[in-house]
Design a protein around this ligand. Structure first.
Ligand SMILES: Nc1ncnc2c1ncn2[C@@H]1O[C@H](COP(=O)(O)OP(=O)(O)OP(=O)(O)O)[C@@H](O)[C@H]1O
Ligand SMILES: O=P(O)(O)OC[C@H]1O[C@H](OP(=O)(O)OP(=O)(O)O)[C@H](O)[C@@H]1O
Ligand SMILES: [Mg+2]
Length: 285
């Protein structure tokens, strides 16, 4: 049985459960459940604090985990990213009162408040900056107003929390994060359950593809086929079928959902007709 850690709270938990559900896995019915077994898929899910997941996975007690890239790096645990999941996207940045600092050099001798001490201490050391780091559990933006620190380093998504606290980012982003699947470093190929691990990853990849692509169907004249196929190359190669009307073909290809409207315009412009897009519910590439 595959043992997988899933975030039980915070920004990662809802989207992670939703993705697992879309991938055909049973998920807990109420938020107090800490562990469930999905017998049909032979998977056991453990609902853990996002911050602890890398530690459990590194210990070898759990096969895989879903967490944030920033949390993995912050933990310093012996686990590695094997699949980015495209949700809980954020950047990790320094921020301070306007004009208080322009770059990392200005942090010398200052105090930085953060919930991600591992990332911040590592980043300061990499740049040879001697600064103090104060660990706070959350609501880090308030640390400056209350005089606990001159600078903060925190997760930024929309920037609303910083704006509300009268703070501005400065310097280069420290890192970009998103939800990821992790496994113990070096576990690749070692585990008895390797085929189950690969099946789990294929299912999540299928969800990612179904979320980012749509299926496009259209009819076009044979003379326009090369141009049309250049617009819709598909993932491997489009399916082309003859139509009853001579001189016409039907084409079917997957296209990135974000580009679908532009591609439909371009196909129409070269004479394609009956252009349809449909959602993909699941896929195995
Ligand atoms: N506003 C946000 N937008 C996108 N990702 C976020 C946001 N806040 C936190 N994250 C991401 O969520 C993960 C942290 O999860 P965690 O549950 O510890 O904190 P949280 O989502 O801030 O929840 P809480 O602070 O309510 O416990 C990190 O990977 C972080 O990058
Ligand atoms: O750029 P924004 O869209 O405002 O999002 C970023 C904020 O979201 C998270 O805070 P959360 O609400 O989880 O509170 P916390 O600081 O206590 O973790 C994060 O710690 C930032 O404060
Ligand atoms: Mg938070």
């Amino acid at each position: 049985m595959l043992r997988i850690a899933v975030p039980n709270k915070g920004s990662l938990s809802g989207p992670a459960a939703e993705m697992l559900h879309e991938a055909g896995y049973q998920q807990r019915r109420e938020s107090k459940e800490l562990r469930i077994v999905d017998p049909e898929n032979e998977v056991e899910f453990f609902y853990l604090r996002p911050r602890d997941i890398a530690i459990y996975v590194a210990s070898g007690r759990l096969d895989l985990g879903i967490t944030g890239r920033d949390l993995l790096i912050d933990s310093g645990a012996d686990a590695e990213e094997i699949l980015p999941l495209g949700f809980a996207r954020s950047t990790f940045r320094f921020a301070a009162k306007p004009n208080a600092a322009n770059g990392i050099q200005d942090l010398k001798g200052k105090t930085v408040a953060t919930s991600y001490e591992g990332i911040v201490a590592g980043h300061l050391a990499d740049h040879g900056i001697d600064a103090s780091v104060v660990h706070l559990d959350g609501a880090v933006e308030t640390a400056i107003q209350l005089g606990v620190a001159e600078v903060i380093a925190d997760v930024v998504e929309t920037g609303t929390s910083l704006r509300n606290a009268g703070l501005e980012v400065f310097g280069e982003p420290i890192m970009k994060s998103e939800a990821i699947v992790i496994r113990r470093t070096g576990a690749d190929g070692e585990e008895a359950d390797e085929s189950k691990v690969q099946q789990f990853l294929r299912r999540l990849q299928g969800v990612l593809v179904a979320r980012t692509y749509v299926m496009m169907d259209y009819d076009c004249r044979v003379e326009q086929l090369e141009k049309a196929v250049a617009l819709t190359p598909g993932l491997e190669s489009p399916t082309v079928s003859p139509l009853h009307n001579e001189g016409w073909v039907a084409v079917r290809a997957m296209v990135p959902a974000k580009e679908a409207q532009r591609i439909m315009d371009d196909l129409y412009a070269i004479g394609a007709r009956a252009i349809l897009t449909t959602a993909i519910h699941a896929c195995r590439l």
